[in-house]
Design a protein around this ligand. Structure first.
Ligand code: SF4
Length: 163
């Protein structure tokens, strides 16, 4: 079952995007975003349909983007990354020095978890401690406090993906 809590998070992202282009009609916004998502990710289906133009009594070909089967996290993660969090940080844990104190995961539970050996690692958006997944600006406070609170300075933070 899909998590009902995602609805508020998704609407907050959509609100930020719409506020950046307040003159856009809602349905115009939705249609534009569907095209952008399709063009950026190549996910979804593009259908070319013949439509009756009532004004000119003609049949015209129109393109329609179908995102019916796209899961919300796919669409809204793309939207958040593209429009609301241009500034990303990258993070990883040096497991050789981590003492598994638990501070980082309690300070930033959406970013840090543990591997099977009990060492901390970056779990954000399936990063798997590779330091390659951008952490959005909205989470930088949590990341900062976790990093500052690490007693062994094992949390590495960078403006670029881990080399
Ligand atoms: Fe390891 Fe530092 Fe996290 Fe503690 S705060 S679990 S030492 S990375």
């Amino acid at each position: 079952m899909r998590d009902p809590n995602r609805i508020t998070k998704c609407m907050n992202i959509l609100t930020k995007v719409w506020q950046k282009q307040p003159d856009t009609r809602f349905n115009q916004l939705v249609e534009n975003l569907k095209y952008e998502f399709y063009n950026d990710t190549n996910k979804g289906v593009k259908r070319n349909l013949l439509e009756n133009d009532r004004v000119f009594s003609l049949q015209v070909e129109v393109s329609v983007i179908d995102l019916f089967h796209i899961e919300d996290d796919q669409f809204f993660n793309w939207l958040e990354k593209k429009y609301t969090d241009k500034v990303c940080k990258f993070a990883w844990v040096d497991k050789d020095t981590c003492i598994a104190c638990g501070n980082c995961s309690s300070t930033a539970p959406d970013i840090f978890g543990y591997d099977k050996e009990g060492h901390a690692e970056n779990i954000y958006n399936k990063d798997k401690n590779t330091g390659s997944v951008g952490i959005p600006e909205s989470m930088h406070d949590d990341l900062f406090y976790a990093s500052e609170g690490c007693p062994t300075e094992s949390i590495k933070v960078s403006d670029k993906p881990k080399p």
